[in-house]
Design a protein around this ligand. Structure first.
Ligand SMILES: [Zn+2]
Length: 149
């Protein structure tokens, strides 16, 4: 069976149209977080970093965003990259490439959870910490992302 197709009676119906129809809603649903990301992407660009669009996601690196990620308090040694909605920020272009698969899982998570993503992510991490587990590595959102990249 070809991926993206389902059987409805004896007729093959492509669900690609449905995915395409829902894509603008996913962008809208994640847009509050995307606005945060776009602000940081602008900061990266205005302070000497790079900015591009890759497969429907804004990617930015360098500039002051690099410093912010290096000093991220929630991950030992700082963060290589971070996602806000449909925006991915990384320390440099090489890390954008290396983390793309992982960060795309977070983009999909934002598309599913919308404005609830960040509170859910933080609460999931706190819950893991309260259970004596690693708030970052054992966070179910990270577990899902690390499973693929
Ligand atoms: Zn992650």
């Amino acid at each position: 069976m070809r991926p993206g197709r389902v059987v409805c009676g004896a007729t093959w119906i492509s669900i690609g149209w449905l995915v395409n129809a829902l894509t603008p809603l996913a962008y809208l649903w994640a847009s509050p977080n995307t606005l945060v990301g776009l602000s940081l992407a602008a900061l990266a660009r205005l302070t000497g970093g790079g900015l591009s669009v890759h497969t429907g996601v804004v990617e930015a690196h360098g500039g002051w965003v690099r410093t912010l990620l290096e000093r991220a308090p929630f991950v030992r040694g700082g963060a290589s990259a971070i996602t806000f909605g449909h925006v991915v920020l990384a320390r440099d272009a090489a890390l954008l490439d290396r983390t793309r698969t992982h960060e795309r899982v977070h983009v999909a998570q934002y598309a599913r959870w919308g404005p609830a993503f960040l509170p859910a992510y933080v609460l999931a991490g706190l819950w893991q910490g309260l259970r004596g587990r690693d708030p970052y590595r054992d966070n179910p959102f990270e577990v899902e992302a690390y499973a693929v990249g």
